[in-house]
Design a protein around this ligand. Structure first.
Ligand code: UTP
Length: 285
């Protein structure tokens, strides 16, 4: 695999989860038995991206602490003979080398990506938006890297979405170059249904060319007063190819309370132990 670095923009305010996110990082909310962020980190690692860079902001210290050693806890678990838990703690803190960069103001996803420039400016890099949790046989980021390795250029993950949901996403125009692979010719952030150029929406996985950084610097605030990544990607199309891959796998949108709750219930139903708990509650037994 050619892409070794993966950027995690996690500096957003998470307003859709308020009041919880006033003090707690939404990426640390549990998805069944571990924090949302850990799914994304595992995906990056199993896609060959050993260098992880998190763009963080205020109220996100718990992410750093989660992936760090916790000597007191480890010592306590060890002394009490809780071997399995002790080893679990060590495994988490040894999972990855993570670099943290602070986005001082939440000026948008595009701006968060720009904060990664000092570390990512020399080569193509992955981007994972951890709110989108993917469960798939082949990690979704790795599906994108494979297309990048074969066809070159930047790559985004695509999903065919229902018309009533299209205005929530970045939407592409393009032609199918191979089954499931689109050559993108244009894109627009959160279009009205009548303005949407297709029903292919961009989901939270990217392989980006470092050229994006100079374009992000020129970018003015777009939809919602934020510096939008989609606007810079649209600009990138003038200079370099951008492909879209209709990912193979299941996506759980954990960026909203409804999506997060639904993901927890669906995945708990697939867990041999928790399944019965959910069914008991739902069936009122
Ligand atoms: P979202 O659009 O989901 O925004 O950002 P948000 O702040 O996380 O959540 P809401 O909409 O207020 O509820 C998409 C991704 O971009 C990151 C977020 O952390 C998330 O992973 N982001 C967004 C930043 O890192 N910085 C920003 O300034 C904005």
């Amino acid at each position: 695999m050619s892409v070794k670095k993966c950027l995690f923009p996690v500096a957003g305010l998470g307003t859709r989860f308020l009041p919880v996110t006033k003090e707690i990082a939404k990426e640390m909310l549990p998805l069944v038995n571990r924090p949302i962020i850990s799914y994304g980190v595992e995906e990056a690692l199993s896609s060959g991206c050993g260098d992880i860079i998190m763009i963080t902001g205020r109220a996100k210290n718990s992410i750093e602490n989660y992936f760090d050693r916790s000597f007191e806890l480890e010592d306590l678990l060890f002394r009490r003979g809780k071997k399995e838990l002790y080893e679990m703690m060590l495994k988490i803190s040894n999972m990855a080398e993570i670099l943290y960069i602070r986005q001082r103001e939440p000026l948008g996803l595009g701006h968060a990506v720009l904060c990664g420039e000092p570390v990512c400016k020399d080569d193509y890099f992955g981007v994972i938006l951890p709110d989108d949790v993917f469960i798939s046989d082949v990690p979704v980021l790795s599906q994108l890297i494979q297309v990048h390795d074969r066809l070159g250029g930047s790559v985004v993950a695509l999903e065919v979405v229902e018309p009533e949901k299209i205005s929530r996403y970045g939407v592409i125009a393009g032609v199918e170059e191979e089954p499931g692979i689109m050559k993108i010719s244009d894109m627009v952030e959160k279009p009205k249904l009548e303005d949407a150029p297709s029903n292919y929406a961009i989901m939270g996985r990217y392989v980006l060319s470092p050229t994006i950084f100079s374009l992000l610097k020129q970018q003015h605030a777009g939809t919602g007063g934020e510096i939008q990544l989609t606007d810079a990607l649209r600009n990138l199309l003038k200079y370099e190819p951008v492909h879209g891959v209709v990912y193979r796998g299941r996506r759980f949108d954990c960026g909203t309370q409804k999506g997060w709750l639904s993901a927890n219930i669906q995945l708990a139903l697939e867990d041999p132990v928790l399944r019965d708990v959910v069914l008991e509650v739902v069936n009122g037994k």
